[in-house]
Design a protein around this ligand. Sequence first.
Ligand code: KGT
Length: 318
Amino acid sequence: MFTVRCILGTSAKNLTSRPVLRRRIELQRRMSTSPLPVAAVCQMTATPDKEANFSACRQLVEEAQQRGACMVFLPEGFDYIGSSREETLSLSESLEGDTVSKYTQLARKLEVWLSLGGFHERGHDWESDRRIYNSHVIINDKGDIVSVYRKSHLFDVELPEKGVCLKESAFTVPGPGLVSPVQTPIGKVGLGICYDVRFPELSLALRRDAAEILTYPSAFTAATGAAHWEVLLRARAIETQCFVLAAAQVGRHGEKRRSYGHALAVDPWGEVLADCGGEEPGVALVEIDPEKVRSTRRSMPVQQHRRDDAFYRGLERS
Ligand SMILES: O=C(O)CNC(=O)[C@H](CS)NC(=O)CCC(=O)C(=O)O
């Protein structure tokens, strides 16, 4: 079915290979003594079948909630991954549609916060433009939509030698800009999506706006993921001294597409706390300790050391 990884407490342990019983006992012990909020980072394999995708995501969310998560992160394309431009567009919905409403009900029922990493959204300009937004939707534990961030950087990339050829702008409109970090039970969450992780100015802007956790729900290609995924996420964590949570698509979505997986949680020092691997759907549970953010920033105050005066004026010509 799927794999559960629990990385709770300071001695991070990957419990997947242990017998179920020991895992449960260990968890209950840790959960009852831990006052820290727990986040769940998920990975799944979406297809064009929206019903099946919802049912897979619901199982991950239920599992995470039962294990003590107060906020669950789902990847870009959690709703579906289409096999063509036409299919991707025809399956899209507005925020008022069936899909988001199923998730608001789920959040309310389980009293859990949700990050829906990349929803194929028909926006206000759908009738005229016939393209969609790639939208990261945050739902609170009452089932209200509290924030929507629309992906800024679109993945128009041709790497034929690596079998990667995607033109996101053919079906997606770039969003107008950043949204302020959202106050959640795990801390202040800054919103990005997938390819946005390659643009550090976005993460620095979120950090400047008081983010403590950055999120990059993704559907990274297998080829670019193998080369860049972990180093990009760790770099964003180290530069901003934020936790970085990145839910992911994993495996084959059809004939043409394969995603890298390795849904990741990174702490503000850049240490990888959890990695869901490259094979199958799964969920990793991580404690989000706000003291880790504070102490990392206290001991190495890069934000105070930043020379905006020197680097935001443009370069002098010699
Ligand atoms: O297409 C959909 O339905 C959902 N959207 C995506 O999968 C997007 C756009 S094609 N994928 C990426 O941004 C991959 C980035 C990447 O792999 C990298 O930066 O290396």
